[in-house]
Design a binder for this molecule. Structure first.
Ligand code: PLP
Length: 624
């Protein structure tokens, strides 16, 4: 557990069993239940679904919604806050139907709403939430069609709030409101001056592309006043960016937001909602640190800080406490999904068999390398390393000039690997590594080939270096004896995972177990429920993975509540405008021609066509 730090990033949702398997932990009134992921994997295997597989554990989504709402409720009760909390889930963070439906179903007890940033997301929100009082916050640019739908939804009892992002939206809202005879609920997004740390800090500050400047806010207020519609202005919105690692940044942004709020109340707007957007972080590293992939606070500290700052600032100005809205996406869904995959091959960087002495008439460089190997000792590691690198470059140069044969070069590369492996072994034993040799472990690490596409399933790992917890989900009673990086199934050098969680932050290799003959080795990438699915792309035409949702029951059993087959090859080809039927027809004609020309028998024609058809039906990933 310490090696993979599961108890740190697992946040109480993942742990290890006595059998050395990763478990999902779920709390029930009668106590905690743990289910081994391997049991789930074998249950799924029996149903014929292959790896890679996105596993959703519904209980974890419920637990996060409850935690967020309960945390705000408790902070408000403790501090005597007179308003309430309204959570809304931003659909963009995971638009998948089962995710949104589960949020609507479980969130109903808290009146959890949705945030829509586009017409498509508004359609999802309105068709998933019940009308009676459900809050739908509409961000993003809104055209006439969007506004018409939002306005009409008010008649069904939705509280659909248009957040004005640019001044040009107001005239359309006013015009449509008059035309339809429906008074809108209006919010304004303020461009806060406070900037925050983390990857997404461009969402905050003067140059943020979203929100209204102070003079634009005033223009909107004046226009609403002029139209006799200031009573429609009920919400102030701000969003500083996702994954804010430092609680102090959040406090100072909330303080600034409160000032806007107070001023809008003083302008005569009824207000009532203070929407602080997203930003509540996920501790991917489990290090509780002010680091882009961590956070120096807990959810309870977050809610307590917000409630305290809002209360203090508003009380000092005799402004009634608003409903505090947050649009937490990442922390709501990140834990809920994990990606499981198998390893289908491994490359070791180890020397093959070496002659005990150099062949006498071999190239002198080979003799030099043998000398290095003989003299290698703890006291001269750096010197031996330098010489080895020098001889390696020389051999490669001579090979290019045709002075060294392939056989000699192969012997040299083997010797070099042997020397480097021995240097690494001594370093690992001594526990101290000189700076120049630090990259050696990485250079000699195994490559484990994983049945996944980083581009499809972990786009943030590829695009912004996001570190997700990765570990084997079984054999954890055995000490892992290999160090590895993971290559994916795409033939792209970026298709790799080579950044992992470590006690000191991150490390370049992951300890793994050697593969066993005839036995699958399964790894999990955790905390992938936020943003990864819809940002994923079809690099090398690897498509959506199989998806399975499970619900863990109080008696420790689990139900597979949904199984969604991943894309077949025909599906994927359809996305890039190929028609599977047409392709088959073209291939059939070629096979027919083969028969006519005598290169295929009728039976062979049949076999090749069946093979082609099976290819079209197949899963896009590596199938056993
Ligand atoms: N609200 C808005 C307006 C956003 O743009 C985003 C995402 O960046 C969110 C909420 C969700 O933020 P998070 O995933 O940090 O909770």
């Amino acid at each position: 557990a310490r090696l993979y730090r599961i108890r740190d990033w697992g946040a109480g949702y993942f742990d290890l069993s006595d059998k050395g398997e990763v478990t999902a932990k779920v709390g029930f009134p009668a106590g905690e239940v743990q289910v081994s992921l391997m049991d789930i994997v074998s249950g799924i295997g029996e149903r014929g679904l292959q790896m890679p597989l996105l596993l959703r554990i519904e209980n974890l989504l419920d637990a996060r919604i409850a935690l967020l709402n309960e945390s705000f409720r408790a902070a408000m009760a403790r501090q005597g806050y007179q308003g309430s909390y309204q959570g809304v889930f931003p659909i963009k963070v995971n638009q998948q139907r089962q995710v949104i439906e589960e949020i609507a179903r479980f969130g109903a007890r808290y009146g959890h709403g949705l945030e829509a940033g586009s017409k498509a997301e508004l359609v999802i929100a309105l068709s998933t939430l019940p009308g009676n009082g459900s809050v739908v916050v509409c961000n993003g640019y809104k055209d006439r069609e969007f506004i018409d739908l939002g306005l009409r939804s008010l008649k069904l009892g939705y509280r659909c709030i248009f957040v004005i992002e640019t001044p040009t939206e107001l005239p359309i809202i006013l015009e449509r409101s008059k035309a339809l005879g429906i008074r809108p609920l209006i919010g304004m997004r303020a461009k806060l001056a406070t900037t925050v740390g983390g990857h997404w800090n461009k969402t905050s500050g003067d140059r943020s592309i979203f929100g209204l400047t102070t003079s634009q806010l005033i223009e909107v207020v004046d226009e609403l006043k002029a139209q006799g519609m200031l009573d429609c202005l009920q919400l102030l919105h701000c969003h500083l960016g996702s994954q804010i690692p430092n609680i102090r940044d959040i406090r100072s942004a909330v303080m600034e937001a409160c000032r806007y709020y107070i001023n809008l109340v003083r302008e005569g707007a009824p207000m009532g909602f203070l929407d602080l957007g997203g930003g509540l972080a996920v501790d991917y590293l489990g290090s509780r640190a002010n680091h882009t992939q961590s956070m120096n606070y807990t959810i309870d500290e977050y809610s307590a800080a917000i409630v305290e700052v809002v209360m203090e600032t508003l009380d000092a100005n005799q402004v009634p406490h608003p409903t505090i809205v947050t649009e937490s996406g990442r922390p709501t869904v990140a834990y809920y999904s994990l990606l499981l995959f198998n390893i289908f091959d491994v490359t070791h960087f180890e020397a093959g068999a070496l002659p005990s002495t150099p062949p006498p008439d071999e190239n002198p460089l080979i003799h030099h390398l043998y000398e290095v190997l003989e003299r290698l000792a703890a006291g001269n590691l750096q010197q031996c390393y330098n010489k080895t690198c020098f001889y390696r470059d020389e051999i490669r140069e001579q090979f290019k000039r045709g002075q060294v044969s392939l056989r000699t070069r192969s012997l040299a590369e083997n010797l070099i690997l042997e020397i480097l492996q021995r240097i690494l072994a001594i370093l690992e034993k001594n526990g101290e590594t000189p700076p120049e040799l630090e990259g050696l472990r990485e250079q000699l690490a195994d490559i484990y080939y994983g049945n996944l596409s980083v581009f499809q399933s972990l786009p943030d790992h590829w695009a912004i270096g996001q570190v997700f917890p990765v570990m084997p989900i079984h054999r954890l009673g055995e000490r892992p004896s290999r160090e590895a990086i993971i290559a994916d199934i795409t033939c792209d050098s970026d298709g790799r995972i080579d950044n992992f969680i470590d006690v000191h932050g991150t490390r370049k290799t992951l300890p793994l177990h050697p593969l066993k003959d005839g036995e699958e080795y399964y790894l999990g990438v955790f905390l992938v429920g936020a943003y990864q699915e819809t940002l994923g792309d079809l690099h090398n035409l690897f498509g959506d993975t199989n998806v399975v949702s499970v619900r863990i029951n109080e008696d420790g059993s689990f139900d597979l509540t949904r199984e969604d087959q991943g894309d077949s090859i025909a599906d994927i080809l359809g996305y890039v405008q190929y028609n599977a039927k047409e392709l088959f027809e073209r291939f059939r004609k070629l096979a027919e021609q083969g028969v006519r020309q005598g290169s295929l028998s009728i039976a062979e024609r049949q076999e090749i066509l069946e093979c082609f058809a099976a290819g079209l039906r197949g899963y896009t990933y590596f199938e056993r």
